[in-house]
Design a protein around this ligand. Structure first.
Ligand SMILES: [Zn+2]
Length: 254
């Protein structure tokens, strides 16, 4: 499994793209996880073919996680994508995403490729991928995702503070990404992660590699300072490419 960090920033970051990753398996099948407003241009800079992404997965529909959708689809329309696209999302959030799709095609209702809307479930299979979701604690329902393929496991939190259920999905992963807004402890009922609780989680689950992301710009320096002494934890960044076949050494990431 290869992971390309398209964006690692918080909703209003002025120095990082909005958070998103592109996951590629050993058969060149690709999932894009979330698509915020600055994600489309970052994708175009990678010179991918319009048919290269098979699936979009949305953790939730805050704008910083989905507002890039019409722009991305409009480009695929302009350059003649023909491969059917699968979009996974929470059923209650589909209608909003469909409105974004209609923006990409308006005034005509169709686009030049099929879009297959599917509900995110607690667990399912796509091709040889095994997917598992669990809710985090967030101001709107957010489903974190565990991907198992090619004998490897990846966790991506989307937005929100870890829950018992989302922490269970992290267990045994080769690599986990957890949203971490700030450097100071937040109240238990908070809608975001903090570095202290993330470090505790890494220890309690013995996670081999935990990447923190979606940090507020003004908190990044403090978070970096706090994790400096924790060799299993790193601060994710835009453009980071990881190949789980090669292993992930945190020392090389910082
Ligand atoms: Zn959110």
């Amino acid at each position: 499994m290869k992971i390309d960090v398209i964006g690692s920033g918080s909703a209003l970051s002025i120095i990082r793209n909005t958070s998103s990753i592109l996951v590629t398996d050993n058969h060149e099948q690709r999932w894009l996880i979330d698509c915020g407003p600055t994600v489309p241009r970052a994708l175009w800079q990678r010179c991918l073919d319009v048919n290269d992404i098979d699936v979009l997965y949305f953790t939730h529909i805050h704008p910083d996680h989905c507002a890039g959708l019409p722009v991305l689809l409009n480009r695929w329309k302009s350059f003649g994508r023909h491969k059917p696209l699968i979009i996974y999302c929470q059923p209650q959030q589909r209608e909003i995403l469909q409105q974004l799709v209609s923006m990409a095609t308006w005034p005509v209702p169709e686009i030049c490729f099929d879009i297959d809307w599917r509900d995110s479930q607690a667990q399912w299979q796509w091709q040889q991928w095994h997917l598992y979701t669990a809710a985090t604690q967030h101001e709107m329902p957010n489903l974190s995702l565990r991907i198992e393929v090619d004998g490897q496991a990846l966790f991506y939190s989307g937005d929100g503070r870890p829950t018992e259920a989302s922490s269970a999905l992290m267990q045994g992963c080769d690599l986990a990404f957890q949203e971490c807004a700030v450097s100071q402890p937040l109240p238990k009922e908070s809608s975001h992660g903090d570095v202290v609780s993330c470090l505790a989680l890494q220890q309690s689950l013995s996670l081999p590699v935990l990447g923190l992301y979606h940090c507020f710009d003004e908190e990044i320096a403090n978070i970096e300072a706090i994790i400096a002494g924790h060799p299993q934890v790193f601060l994710s960044y835009d453009g980071l490419m990881l190949d789980l076949d090669l292993g992930v050494a945190v020392a090389k990431l910082t």
